[in-house]
Design a protein around this ligand. Structure first.
Ligand code: ATP
Ligand code: ZN
Length: 721
């Protein structure tokens, strides 16, 4: 009899066996629907020898209900799912769910009805209709999507359909995307760039696993160079995946890609419309999407014939996912390349220590671009010692920084002030009684946002309107803002330079692709004099008139007990410094600090990256920290404080005693309450040779906890809160 084993999309269930009805032809990777009690589940046909389970006798097998009309998941993706689940101690179902991330796509082809404006005006205009008509100009989508987009109810849009202002269009679900043209507009590469590009082209042709680290200074043309590898994959009819750390960088990338290849690539991220995701997923699996640019979740897309993976800004910590399956997309990208037998390019001006170490060990091939493109020179970096030159009371910009900005304004050039803190002030308290505004769900202060007149928690999203009186003592107008956020710096700029045109750039202000596009256009057109921004502006952007970068508080990133604090600070400041003087005009960077002697700051000022990485390597080697040793974290949480503490104690009490693995804790997490859950942490430090995952599995496996307790394992953690 014909039977199959399924990986079902339910983490609570093990593998399940089913009978294959006559006439249904399946292979490993086929996606099927199976009966489960009275319900149905989606499953993936898996090699039974790779998915051990209890054998059910033939007679007890239930027949499958059907196969979904999508290509089977290919073996390299199945191996990736297994590896990710194994390495990050996650269930295979939760990893596989990331591969089947568009349920709409699984249902197969056909058409759907979308709507678009006809140009006609309704006989009766209302404010909502008016708003809808202007918001939907040039848009097309389902009624639900258009209602979201326009911020009106579906009923309003149905009214517009009846009035013939919106017309129905039948759209094929799985239209292929326009094909990028490899030879549309190739650049003239510099000799150094050409050499790097040739390596990428050869590697793509060779169709072998080849991890490469593209280590190029800011403005060296890393993108232009790896685009040649992309072009080669296209010539060979193969697909390409480009991972970006943030959706905010996508707009910029799309423009550059289109200029080089004639059409935009296929986009993939979680904030997309469902219909866009559905089409992208299907075309990725059928080959009608040749280049996908996306956030980390694109890594698990079912490519038909992948030829190259690029991870741009590969050092970025946002490649690490901190909920659900806690994986690092940079590392998983290299594994996918290995299973697919293709090259992977990790591009960065400030590579992660882990990546440099792999290059040093000869595992990654290192490709260098040591000079800026077009003769542009790296900016001058100057340290402003705030102990010697302090800003006036209540201000945050030192006189020489203000003077440098003034010069830029006079010359019509742009300045960028970097402070990695959203909002107006990180802490708000009552001047009268000292009351501090705290989040009710998290052990964190509320951050004042003056632009929206709200106090917000940056951990859970809780928001309240800024109160007029202190909730504790009732005193009016008594709120004191402590410390600066970007909004406060922008206010200071407005006071000093009332005529300067200032843009605040954070995830609050650039919340949609359109807004990002508007900002980039305005900055490029010279309509902005001063940009005040968080880490969002540190990377990717290329504004030729930007000649001054001011780092408002270089010491900020060094606070907190984070293992990678120094490295991250170095990367952020080096990246933001890299925005200055990228074209014909030379750039200058002023770094405000109270610790000019800190190794990070000294290395930045001296352009001595090697010295910084060496010192950092030594420190990590001594601490047995990555990449020389390994860390893992266990996070125990519950809405019930006592339950969380008890579960953590139980885990701590049964910790293994081994020579090569040390366990610290449990201790209350630095963020001891998050989203109304009490949290405890254990930290595990292992030698590289230790069987870390296996030890953790054997340790946690037998322990039982109340249902409300969550135990999460974070392998190679980045977050230490
Ligand atoms: N060969 C070339 N021909 C024309 N323009 C180029 C070439 N190489 C680079 N450029 C231009 O130089 C600028 C910097 O290049 P790019 O953004 O690729 O650098 P990068 O190394 O990715 O920088 P960063 O790491 O700072 O983001 C871009 O505007 C790019 O279009
Ligand atoms: Zn909160």
């Amino acid at each position: 009899m014909n039977r199959v084993r399924l990986l079902v999309m339910n983490a609570a269930l093990g593998p399940l066996d089913y009978r294959v009805p006559d006439g249904m032809s399946l292979e490993p990777g086929s996606i099927v629907v199976a009966p489960l009690g009275p319900r149905q589940v989606t499953g993936i046909v898996w090699e039974s020898e790779r998915l051990p389970g209890t054998e059910v006798p033939d007679a007890r097998l239930r027949p499958l209900l059907g196969a979904l009309p999508v290509p089977p998941l290919r073996a390299p993706l199945r191996r990736l799912i297994e590896w990710t689940a194994d390495y990050y101690i996650a269930s295979m179902a939760s990893v596989a769910r990331m591969a089947l991330s568009s349920s709409a796509a699984l249902r197969g082809g056909g058409t759907i009805t979308e709507y678009r404006l006809t140009g006609a005006l309704p006989p009766r205009m209302t404010p909502q209709r008016d708003a809808a008509l202007s918001a939907l100009d040039g848009e097309q989508g389902t009624i639900r999507e258009l209602a979201d987009l326009a911020g009106v109810s579906e009923a309003v849009l149905r009214g517009l359909v009846n009035a013939d202002c919106l017309e129905a269009v039948e759209v094929a679900i799985d239209r292929p995307f326009p094909a990028p043209r490899p030879d549309h507009a190739p650049p003239d590469l510099s000799p150094g760039q050409q050499e790097a590009a040739d390596r990428f082209v050869d590697a793509v042709k060779a169709r072998k696993f080849a991890p490469m680290l593209l280590d190029g200074v800011t403005g060296s043309g890393k993108t232009e160079t790896y685009f040649e590898g992309v072009a080669e994959a296209l010539r060979l009819g193969r697909q390409v995946l480009v991972l970006l750390p943030e959706i905010a960088l996508t707009q910029n990338f799309l423009k550059r890609f289109e200029a080089r290849f004639g059409v935009a690539p296929t986009v993939w991220h979680s904030a997309q419309k469902q219909s866009d995701r559905r089409r992208a997923w299907r075309q990725v699996s059928e080959g009608g999407a040749s280049v996908v640019v996306g956030a980390r979740s694109a890594l698990f897309l079912p490519f038909r014939d992948l030829g190259l993976i690029v991870v741009d800004e590969a050092h970025e910590i946002s490649f690490k996912q901190d909920d659900g399956v806690r994986y690092n997309a940079r590392d998983v990208a290299v594994m996918r390349a290995r299973f697919e037998r293709i090259p992977a390019i990790l591009a960065s001006a400030t590579p992660a220590l882990e990546s440099l170490q792999m290059a040093e060990a000869g595992v990654y091939e290192k490709i260098d671009l040591p000079a800026r493109f077009g003769g542009a020179v790296l900016p001058d970096i100057r340290i402003l010692d705030l102990r010697e030159e302090s800003p006036p009371r209540g201000r945050w910009l030192a006189p020489s920084l203000v003077k440098a900005m003034e010069e830029r304004l006079e010359r019509g050039e742009q300045s960028l002030l970097f402070l990695n803190r959203r909002g107006y002030a990180p802490l708000t308290l009552c001047r009268q009684c000292g009351y501090r505004f705290q989040c009710p769900n998290c052990s964190a202060w509320l951050v004042e946002h003056r632009l929206t007149r709200r106090l917000a928690c940056h951990h859970c999203g809780h928001q309240v309107a800024s109160p007029e009186a202190c909730p504790e003592c009732g005193e009016k107008d008594c709120l004191a803002a402590c410390g600066p956020g970007v909004e406060r710096i922008a206010d200071e700029v407005a006071e000093i330079f009332p005529d300067a045109r200032t843009a605040v750039v954070t995830s609050d202000t650039l919340s949609s692709p359109d807004k990002i596009g508007e900002f980039v256009d305005a900055a490029q057109a010279g309509e902005i004099d001063v940009i005040v921004g968080t880490q969002l502006v540190t990377k990717g952007y290329h504004f030729p008139e930007l000649t001054l970068v001011g780092v408002v508080d270089a010491d900020l990133g060094l606070e907190g007990g984070d293992l990678r604090a120094a490295e991250r600070s170095y990367q952020q400041i080096a990246q933001v410094a890299g925005r200055a003087g990228r074209a014909a005009k030379a750039g200058e960077v002023l770094i405000q600090t109270r610790h000019p002697e800190a190794p990070v700051i000294a290395a930045l000022a001296a352009y001595d990256r090697d010295a910084f990485y060496e010192a950092e390597s030594d420190a990590r080697r001594n601490a047995g920290a990555p990449p020389f040793g390994r860390w893992a974290a266990i996070i125990v949480s519950s809405e019930d404080e006592a339950e969380a503490a008890e579960a953590a104690r139980k885990i701590g009490g049964s910790a293994p005693r081994l020579d090569d693995i040390a366990v610290y804790g449990p201790a209350p997490a630095p963020l001891s309450m998050l989203r109304s859950r009490y949290r405890y942490r254990l930290l595990i430090n292992a030698r590289r040779s230790a069987a870390l995952q296996q030890t953790i599995r054997e340790w946690l496996g037998p322990l039982d906890h109340p249902q409300s307790v969550r135990v999460g394992v974070d392998i190679d953690p980045y977050s230490f809160v």
